[in-house]
Write a new protein. Sequence first.
Lengths: 114, 113
Amino acid sequence: EDQVTQSPEALRLQEGESSSLNCSYTVSGLRGLFWYRQDPGKGPEFLFTLYSAGEEKEKERLKATLTKKESFLHITAPKPEDSATYLCAVQPLISNTGFQKLVFGTGTRLLVSP
Amino acid sequence: DAGVTQSPTHLIKTRGQHVTLRCSPISGHKSVSWYQQVLGQGPQFIFQYYEKEERGRGNFPDRFSARQFPNYSSELNVNALLLGDSALYLCASSLEWGLYGYTFGSGTRLTVV
């Protein structure tokens, strides 16, 4: 069964204190791995898609990396506005044409204090 | 361009009632997926529709049903509501069937009392 585990569940940082969020996954075949940001009461906001081990993507203070078993979201010098829940999801390889789905982890709640 | 639009934003229903949630995808997107997000959890896949046909279904009871219309908008229906159906219901649209990623709406917050 496809499974995604995120750690830590919650993370509290001081402004400027860099850290990393972890996403471990088990999937029979991986089409893609997605990172989303979710603010309270809102829908997930797309950040990155990674497709193959060794791939890296960056956006402002965020950098996502992918290995065969896990992905990391590195946050460099975070600001209070980076406070949110960060969700990781895998898109399994599915043979049925026209069918795709995402399998999400439970997320990491990040709080950045000034 | 408008994003994914969901209505209503909030809804309160009584146990046993029926509810219909609506979603308009991004213009040009042919696929709509529905997810349920219980508080403190990640979204769980309910349905995917592509070109007006159901393409996949998650592990949800038959009380949950959906359809996609010729204009690619979609409805999610839930019958015989239970307290455990209280959640944020998210709609995601994608170009083709998800090969190029998903854009989520802001969701409908359903509370069952």
